[in-house]
Write a protein that binds this ligand. Structure first.
Ligand SMILES: [Zn+2]
Length: 253
């Protein structure tokens, strides 16, 4: 185990932070009544904040924590306009636990648990020493508690990233020799393994790729990524709704 603090203290820190978040209005009361809402509750996690900057592009013009927060805020607006309840794990440049990175990551999953989220989507940008690598990956939790649902969510988002992100932006499995689409993979990322709802972590692009770095500064590319996430999440809920209808009409054995 690599926890800096004993488990008891971690839970104390989590509980305190969650109380602060609730009191500050960051977690809306109605989010806890997700079962009564037509579309459910989505937790969007901009993967880094505060002292945990994530990756940085070669020229330092794009810092992961800033870029994923901007994308998360845009995505939240789109989903809310469609009728979803959206809770962000943080809405500014701060850490959930500035003293303990591991706990900071776990707390993102605890927020999803607190609001009884239907899904958790954690947003990241990747980096590699091989600056030719570009593209995206979608991760599901290793030893997932909701293997079918997490995979369905990952597949939906992966489908729309594959179709919405044009080859010149590193999308598509054909047409760009520099594109490396690593597909859907399982991971022991803290935010995933501590989640108690269907969850995915999306590495949207490689910051270490110089052309991608430039594109990440454009509105067109940001809009494309947000469109893909928005469509993928909607696709998942449509799929879930029809799956639940189908299960109701199946004869019991
Ligand atoms: Zn990251």
């Amino acid at each position: 185990m690599i926890f800096k603090y004993p488990i008891k203290r971690s839970f104390k820190v989590c509980y305190y932070a969650l109380m602060v978040l609730c009191m500050s209005g960051m977690i809306p009361t109605e989010a806890r009544k997700s079962k009564n809402l037509p579309y459910g509750t989505i937790v969007i996690d901009p993967g880094h904040g505060g002292p945990y900057i994530g990756s940085a592009s070669p020229s330092q013009q794009v810092i992961e924590k800033h870029a994923v927060l901007e994308l998360a805020l845009l995505l939240a607006d789109r989903l809310r306009a469609k009728g979803f309840t959206v809770v962000l794990t943080h809405t500014g440049d701060y850490a959930l636990d500035p003293r303990d990175l591991i706990n900071d990551l776990k707390m993102r999953a605890y927020i999803a648990r607190e609001v009884k989220a239907d899904i958790l989507v954690s947003l990241h940008l990747n980096s590699s020493p091989n600056e030719k690598i570009r593209g995206f990956e979608v991760y599901v939790p290793y030893e997932d508690k909701f293997p079918m649902k997490s995979y369905a969510l990952a597949s939906a988002i992966h489908y729309d990233l594959s179709h919405e992100v044009k080859p010149e932006f590193g999308g598509g499995t054909l047409g760009n020799v520099n594109t490396i689409d690593l597909g859907i993979r399982a991971s022991k990322f803290n935010v995933l393994v501590h989640s108690v709802c269907p969850s995915v972590l999306v590495e949207l692009a490689y910051l270490s790729h110089k052309e991608t770095e430039k594109q990440l500064l454009t509105k067109a590319y940001k809009d494309t990524l947000v469109d893909a996430l928005y469509l993928g999440i909607q696709r998942y809920f449509v799929h879930e709704k029809s799956a639940s209808r189908a299960s109701k009409v199946l004869p019991s054995l």
